[in-house]
Ligand binder design. Structure first.
Ligand SMILES: *Cc1c(COP(=O)(O)O)cnc(C)c1O
Length: 231
C-alpha cells in the first residue's frame, strides 16, 4: 500500500469509528503505538488531536517531531524513572497504578509548575493483570491523609481494561462494574485533588459495549491505524 493510500485509510477509519459511537460526546483517543509519526500526521490532518501511547520512550520521540497542539495520553504502565520525561507536556496519564507513581508524578509536575491530570487504573478483568489497583486499595488511598497533599496531580477519573474474550456479557459486566465503582466513589467525601468525571474504557474490540456502559473516553488503535506488527 502506498503512503497516500494509507493516509486515506486512516482518515476514513477515524470517520467510520466515530460514526458507530453510541455516545457522540465520548472522547476518542487514537492509540498510535508502534505506528510511525506519519500515521499520526494523517489523523492530525483529518483534524484529530488526542493520541495515546503506552511506552514513554516512544511517546517522547513522537512528541518531539509532531505538532505542539497534540494532546498526548500516556495509556500504559509508567515506570517510575520515566515520569520526568513526560511531565513537561503530557495531557493525561491514564495508567496510574500505584501510589508510588502518583507521588512521583506530583513531584515532577511541581518541578514543571504544572498540575497533571491522571486516571487511576482499576483491575476489572478476570484474567490476571499485572497493573492496576484493586477497589479496596483505592478505598484505602482516599482515606490516606498524605494523598490530599499531592497538590500537583488531579485525579479526574478511572481507567479499566476488560477481559480479552468473545464473551460479551462478561465484558459488559466488567465495564458496568467499573462505572458502578466510580458512582460509589463519587458519593464519598473525596480529597480535593479528586474530581471524578472520566471513565476511560473501551478499545477497538469492545468500545461499543463500553459506551453503552457509560464510557466517556475510548482508546482505539487497530481500528484506526490497522494491525500492529509488535507491541
Ligand atoms: C494498545 C492499547 C489500546 C488500543 O488497543 P486496540 O485493540 O488496538 O484498539 C488501548 N488501551 C491500552 C492500554 C493499550 O495498551
Amino acid at each position: 500500500m502506498g503512503v497516500s493510500d494509507k493516509k486515506m485509510h486512516i482518515a476514513e477509519n477515524l470517520e467510520q469509528v466515530k460514526s458507530t459511537f453510541k455516545n457522540p460526546d465520548c472522547l476518542l483517543v487514537a492509540v498510535s503505538k508502534t505506528h510511525p509519526p506519519e500515521a499520526v500526521m494523517a489523523a492530525y490532518e483529518a483534524g484529530h488531536r488526542d493520541f495515546g501511547e503506552n511506552k514513554v520512550q516512544e511517546l517522547v520521540k513522537k512528541q518531539e517531531v509532531l505538532p505542539g497542539d497534540i494532546r498526548w495520553h500516556m495509556i500504559g504502565h509508567v515506570q517510575s524513572n520515566k515520569v520526568k520525561m513526560i511531565a513537561p507536556f503530557v495531557h493525561l496519564i491514564q495508567g496510574v497504578d500505584s501510589v508510588k507513581v502518583l507521588r512521583l508524578i506530583n513531584k515532577e509536575a511541581k518541578k514543571c509548575s504544572r498540575t497533571i491530570s491522571c486516571l487511576l487504573q482499576v483491575k476489572i478483568a478476570k484474567e490476571e493483570s499485572k497493573f492496576g489497583f484493586e477497589e479496596e486499595e483505592i478505598m484505602e488511598m482516599i482515606a490516606d491523609e498524605e494523598i490530599k497533599k499531592l497538590g500537583h496531580v488531579k485525579i479526574i477519573g478511572l481507567m479499566g481494561m476488560a477481559t480479552n474474550t468473545d464473551d460479551e456479557q462478561l465484558v459488559r459486566r466488567e465495564f458496568a462494574g467499573l462505572k458502578a465503582f466510580m458512582e460509589r466513589l463519587r458519593k464519598l467525601d473525596l480529597p480535593s485533588n479528586f474530581d471524578l468525571q472520566e471513565l476511560s474504557m473501551g478499545m477497538s474490540a469492545d468500545y461499543v459495549i463500553a459506551q453503552e456502559e457509560g464510557s466517556t473516553m475510548v482508546r482505539i488503535g487497530s481500528a484506526i491505524f490497522g494491525e500492529r506488527n509488535y507491541g
